[in-house]
Design a protein around this ligand. Structure first.
Ligand code: SF4
Ligand code: SF4
Length: 355
């Protein structure tokens, strides 16, 4: 596997206008201690990235549309040849925002939708009106011909909504729908008890497999469910089928389950480079180092790319090269990011055979 940076999420602000139950970063108090960086710093970071690689760069947050210069940052990245995208909760999108996103060369926008109606979504987002904001944004993006995808986060609280949210994403005209079982980190730790159990997680991945086989329009893939890559192979073998997964666009998903620190990373508002949005340890910092230096020399990234060093069931697993387990979940549950993925039910063949 080549470890080139293909997809970067960039937290351009930690400020947010919502207060979601699962959010990794958006507490108002915390945002005061992590202020937005200047436009000059934004340009320096984009210059630095573009001098080394040409990844998709997703402007995210917090809520990135709270920054007045978000369009200038996007346009600067576009001018550098980077494929600029935006992740928004949708509530601040209007006609003018759509026009400016287009002018800035934004290639794809991702929206969050965690329920098929206002009651469920607004409860998850802790904000009355959040659902209407997302639906309105989807309608505007469609009118302005701005491609968008929908990310949906699930816990026990809203897991019954999964098939309905999938159908709604289709109706809204999204290019892709990515379902995500939340990873406990930041404020998410408080809802450890709300997480979907490994057994139910397995059932949901099997449901997704059956759905994905029949879906030939919308791009679909469970996000950060690395063991889906195992489930797909096991199910296809059981059913005697050859199942070719479609290539995703502008997303973290690819040929392998977990890509943290391997093809993807997160740059936070303080310049820290982290393996992904849910992994709380930094590989380096762009205020002291170049992106190339962090990407090529970080000890953390080297360890995450060395699958032979993984421990527990993942370390013995025949699927480690296509799955890898979620390193952030391993860290959240055991304190060891190389430990086994705690939300996978698979018993590797080697262990089953007592080797
Ligand atoms: S044991 Fe680990 S590597 Fe194997 S399928 Fe489960 S999560 Fe993936
Ligand atoms: S560590 Fe977990 S949350 Fe991060 S990219 Fe990998 S699967 Fe996703």
């Amino acid at each position: 596997m080549e470890f080139d940076p293909k997809w970067l999420a960039w937290e351009i602000t930690r400020r947010c206008n919502l207060n979601c139950v699962h959010c990794r970063s958006s507490s108002e108090l915390e945002a005061k201690e992590h202020p937005d960086f200047s436009f000059d710093e934004a340009k320096r970071i984009l210059d630095d990235i573009a001098s080394y690689a040409s990844p998709v760069v997703v402007l995210s947050g917090g809520e990135p549309l709270l920054r007045d210069d978000v369009f200038e940052i996007a346009a600067y990245g576009t001018g550098k040849g980077l494929r600029m995208c935006l992740a928004t909760n949708g509530t601040l999108v209007n006609e003018q925002v759509c026009r400016r996103l287009k002018e800035a060369g934004i290639r794809m926008v991702s929206l969050s939708l965690d329920g098929a109606d206002a009651t469920v979504h607004d409860n998850f987002r802790n904000q009355p009106g959040a659902f209407d904001g997302t639906i309105n944004a989807a309608r505007l993006f469609k009118e302005h011909d701005i491609p968008f995808l929908i990310n949906s986060s699930f816990t026990k609280r809203n897991q019954a909504e999964i098939p309905k949210v999938y159908r709604l994403a289709k109706e809204l005209g999204a290019k892709a729908w990515y379902m995500f079982m939340i990873v406990p980190t930041g404020r998410g730790e408080d809802i450890m008890a709300e997480l979907i159990s490994p057994e139910e997680y397995e059932e949901l991945l099997e449901w997704h497999y059956q759905m994905e086989k029949q879906e030939d329009d919308l791009l679909v893939r469970p996000t950060c469910a690395p063991h889906y890559y195992r489930v797909v192979r096991q199910k296809a073998k059981e059913e005697g089928e050859k199942f070719q997964q479609r290539t995703l666009q502008f997303s973290t998903g690819g040929s392998k389950g977990c890509l943290a620190g391997q093809l993807i990373a997160l740059i936070d508002v303080d310049g820290n480079v982290l393996p992904c949005s849910y992994f709380p340890l930094a590989a380096g910092n762009l205020r002291q180092q170049s992106f190339k230096d962090v990407w090529e020399n970080s000890q953390l990234f080297k360890e995450m790319r060395d699958f032979k060093g993984y421990r527990g069931r993942c370390g013995s697993c025949e699927y480690v090269n296509v799955c890898g387990g979620c390193r952030a979940r391993a860290y959240a549950v055991s304190g060891d990011y190389l430990a086994e993925e705690p939300f996978c039910s698979h018993q590797p063949l080697k262990l089953a055979a007592g080797k």
